[in-house]
Ligand binder design. Structure first.
Ligand code: PLP
Length: 245
């Protein structure tokens, strides 16, 4: 518990400093504690440390954990639950029912299913469209590895985002991306910078939307992400240590 508090304070200070380096207001950056694999009392601890945004990546883990925490703090605790993992179509109902934001929207089929359920349950779901800028096969997201040069890829991205935006009760916030693992800083920085440039282009093409948010940056690269414009950083290990699974 005291480690979580200390780590939280360290990370928040680092975010503030990175924001200052980039001439940004640190208040526009949301720290999301990624509590996947950790039990509900870790969520309780981050909440007490003052972080009110938590993130999970597996439906089977997220739903019972949220229920446990809600039983302790009540439904109006102010805790915001982000679902950050890639989603299979048969799990869309749970995310539509229980998540407060979704960071991995990468297929029209998923968007349609979420929207359908949201119409039924009366909720609105803020969503980030995940883009695969690095081009790695292991990464999820709409193909965007060559969007600057490849007109067809760019057009496809635009069409997908436009169609997603037209679906009822999905509230598109901006883009999400993941940088490659363990590569040099310049490569990571370029992925974030290109994601932001893609967002700027989409925003110009779709002026009726508000795509101002960028979900990018994890334990190993969140400071670079903040310097390059991230509004949401998703941090697990720097808060809680290494995961066992
Ligand atoms: C696990 C995970 C994170 C957090 O990763 P850390 O390296 O522990 O900070 C962030 N985003 C997503 C999508 C994840 O699955």
């Amino acid at each position: 518990m005291s480690t979580i508090l200390t780590n939280t304070q360290t990370i928040q200070k680092q975010i503030t400093q990175a924001a200052a380096r980039a001439g940004r207001d640190p208040d526009e950056i949301t720290l999301i504690a990624i509590t996947k694999t950790w039990p509900a009392d870790v969520v309780t601890a981050v909440y007490r440390a003052g972080i009110h945004h938590v993130g999970e990546n597996r439906v089977e883990e997220f739903v019972p954990k949220q229920a446990e925490v809600t039983a302790e703090f009540g439904a109006d605790s102010g805790l915001v639950w982000h679902f950050v993992g890639s989603l299979q179509s048969r799990k869309t109902d749970e995310v539509a029912d229980y998540a407060d934001a979704f960071h991995a929207l990468d297929r029209l089929k998923i968007a349609r299913r979420l929207s359908q359920r949201l119409v039924e349950n009366g909720r609105v779901l803020p969503c980030f469209v995940q883009v695969n800028i690095s081009g790695e096969d292991s990464k999820f997201g709409l193909a965007a590895s060559n969007w600057e040069a490849d007109k067809q890829q760019r057009q496809q991205l635009l069409n997908s985002v436009r169609q997603m935006a037209q679906l009822p009760r999905l509230d598109l916030m901006g883009l999400m991306t993941m940088a490659p693992w363990q590569v040099e800083e310049a490569i990571i920085r370029r992925v974030f910078r290109r994601t932001r440039a893609l967002r700027d282009w989409l925003q110009a093409e779709l002026p009726d939307l508000d795509l101002s948010q960028l979900s990018m940056g994890m334990t190993d690269d969140f400071l670079i992400a903040v310097e390059e414009g991230a509004t949401h950083v998703r941090i697990g290990r720097a808060l809680f240590g290494e995961r066992e699974k």
